[in-house]
Design a protein around this ligand. Sequence first.
Ligand SMILES: Cc1ncc(COP(=O)(O)O)c(C=O)c1O
Length: 459
Amino acid sequence: MTYQNYSLKQLQQIDAAHHLHPFTDHKELREAGSRIITRANGPFIYDSEGVELLDGMAGLWCVNIGYGREELAEAAYAQMKELPYYNSFFKCSTPTPVLLSKKLAEIAPKNVNQVFYGSSGSEANDTALRLVRHYWVIEGKPEKNRVISRKMAYHGSTIAGTSLGGMDAMHKQLNGAVPNIVHVMMPYAYELALPGESDHDFGLRAAKSVEDAILEAGADKVAAFIGEPVMGAGGVKIPPASYWPEVQRICRKYDVLLMLDEVITGYGRTGEWFAAQTFGIEPDTITTAKALTSGYQPLSALLVGDRITSTLVEKGGEFNHGYTYSGHPVACAVALKNLEIIEQEGLVDRVRNETGPYFAKALQERIAGHDLVGEVRSIGLMGAIEIVKDKATKERFLPSGSAAVTVRDHAIANGMMLRATGDTMILSPPLIWTRDTIDMACERIRKALDLAQADLRKR
Ligand SMILES: Cc1ncc(COP(=O)(O)O)c(C=O)c1O
């Protein structure tokens, strides 16, 4: 029996009875009922009632080549027929992870040449944490085990991912985080820059908080700093240009490894293959997932820099870590085809030279002037809209986060899927968006802002 034999109501009832959703208040969901998405094509998703939505979030920051790509389905089908699974333990390998690793080494920053696979971004960050701590152990410095991260960072939802992340609500539910992880300020100028402080100076001050944390712990105790090049789930917080080069300088000065979490920014989103290239830095690890397969298969790749791999190979012995699905042949076949499509269609260059700048201009010209909007910002095809009560003072509506949810709900009702995080609307569309799609999105967002403003005035 296929799902078409069920009514929406029936699917919602079964969903409520048996399916625990991620990041969900289950009581609330049971009362509201899920929206059931049944198909998708290009930049659009469709629900069970045939409603079409322009997907401003590329699924969950992942469907970079858009929906309905038969080549990916064919790559998976062919690989499943030939070899659906074999592991990469016990001195075995299969061809697709071998070829994918070569491709990833070609497109990664030049100091990064090896890959460790998993199935999700969270898993890849667990691997990254284990790897950097293990690195210092085999370097003879086991006490160098602390990791510095940032408040509001999102590094996944496993225990290590949550501990690395800086989300208070998640930490409260951990009831005991992985020890020796500290969180410093985020590079979020809109709320944290001092009056009159330039973007450049703010970026340096935010980077200085990393140095302060290193000095407080003692450099001989600090293994690494981890950060998303652009904080995603925390609200598309784009650091000033001065921030990352300064963080890198500080890490090098104190011999602290630099870990980038590019689960969102990897594979073209900022107009380069990796945001490390956008910001001109050479990290020791780069966590990637999501757009590696454009979400068509679960796959993560931790890209590992030469400094760590040469120690691991020369001095390491066995690294007692791995997953059943490390280097899954079908997921890797899909990733290879996905990267080929990104390359053939010039999507990364298009984001850098055409759609990214057009997106930035459209947000500035058509959204920034709205009374509810305190700031718009974007980098490549990743953007944020700050919702405020008062543009001049940056005062927010109360309760916190409610105004953005009002905007989001109007956007969805008007054919535009986007996300609200705190008081910030976030956008991360498929890289196949054109000028026309950007125009369509701005029109729908503008309408949602008008409708939300009318609602918020009545409060
Ligand atoms: C920056 C970042 N790191 C890690 C993750 C976790 O990835 P996953 O949900 O695949 O475990 C996410 C997910 O959104 C993310 O945005």
